[in-house]
Design a protein around this ligand. Sequence first.
Ligand code: PLP
Length: 479
Amino acid sequence: MNIDSSPSPPILLLEENAAGADSQSGLAHNPFQDGVLHRHMDYQPPSVEEGGGCWLYLEDGTRVFDGSCGAAVSSLGHGEPRIIDAISRQLNKVGYLHSGHWRTRATDEYCNALVESTDGAMAKALVLTSGSNSVEACLKMGIQFFRELPIPQTKRVNFIARAGSYHGTSLATLSVGGHLIRRRPYEQVLSKVGRVSACNEYRNRREGESRAEFVARLARELDDEFVRLGGDTVAAFIVEPVVGAALGYVPAVPGYLRAMKDVCKKHGALIIYDEVMCGMGRTGYLHAWQKEKVAPDLQAIGKGMAAGYFPCSAMLLSRRVAEVLYAGSKVLAHGETFQMHPVACAASLEVLRILRNDELLNNVLKQGAFLKALLETKVGRLQVVGNIRGDGLMVGVELVRDRITKEPFPAEDAIAERILEKAKAKPYSLALYNSVGCADGFNGDCILISPPFIINEDEVKHLVDTFYCVLVDFFKVPL
Ligand code: PLP
């Protein structure tokens, strides 16, 4: 099989596309013919045989362009030999060790490199196993921090979080999460948290309000929430610097992080950044907060950390937090069996090396700007496109029923999911991701575009041309 990464020509066979729509989706399959618990039991996704660069190859030989890296994970593309080598070298040395009893060079080197990458802002790293676990660890560390102070502040157990954010799948992370659809089945058992508006310029900035006024209003809202809860009861405010799947790749407006951090400081609380989706180079900065140089007290990373070659995540502690822990009990209350996994560290260290050696952050900025500009000129002229936003190779295209009023399509129309299915099928063969409920928590469709950092200009053109054809076909736009 040829797995070169050159793009296919744009596909313009609009009349023919319906034929392929269901051919790979397996919608008619018997749900009990195998033992796999699929996410939707009536839907058997196409089977991928292998990947190479920005492409996936299905069992039937179809070549699919990876326009989203799953959920912004496979940031270095597929089949990257240097990461595979790094993993196999580590496995040939040692696979697993209990990190409370043993250490490995891989773990030392990775944690040092990660801390160094933060320009001195963060002092310690704990490698974990999923984004949810890293956010959970940050929340717990937030509480522990106040208990470890020379004069403990044991009342500080509350959190403030934002509407329209997703922070993970455990009960604590769902509690801070503001993604209503994902919270809904568990509402009764979720903990109460303070809630403030998202920094969503498209939906929340008022007519005639400047960006600075918008930020000032959000800062007042956060300040009011601290006061409502009792400022001395709040451990931390948690923020995604660029909101991922819940709102659809929405970056904070300039000045927002600084203003929020100042409010937290005023009330003596910590600020946690959830960079699980937007971190590790996705925005063109290794850490999304480096764009405005406003560092957090605690930080969670995940997804792109090992570029999907190994499931892992990490919690980063600022020097201040690490020093308080050291002066206190010195003992981390959070612990997991697989933490500091040597293979996770070897893979993630190689990802950092590749990002640096291949100057991929520059490519993310360059191709990200090109991607956004091309989407704006080509896709942006379609009436259903309400907003195109994002940072680096993290671009969301929000679809609306009415461009003027920004009215979303109703949730029951499942617009984004159906577009993803059409894109995935022949003749388009384009893998995308989506956000649901981005307008008001339940309604609203956003298509998420987050290709591998190795994408080139021809591949960006292929991605946008194909996506445009999918939308034209789906909405039956006359050409
Ligand atoms: N935080 C953010 C911002 C995410 O996007 C996600 C996953 O989508 C998580 C946390 C949870 O990560 P995981 O699914 O790896 O547990």
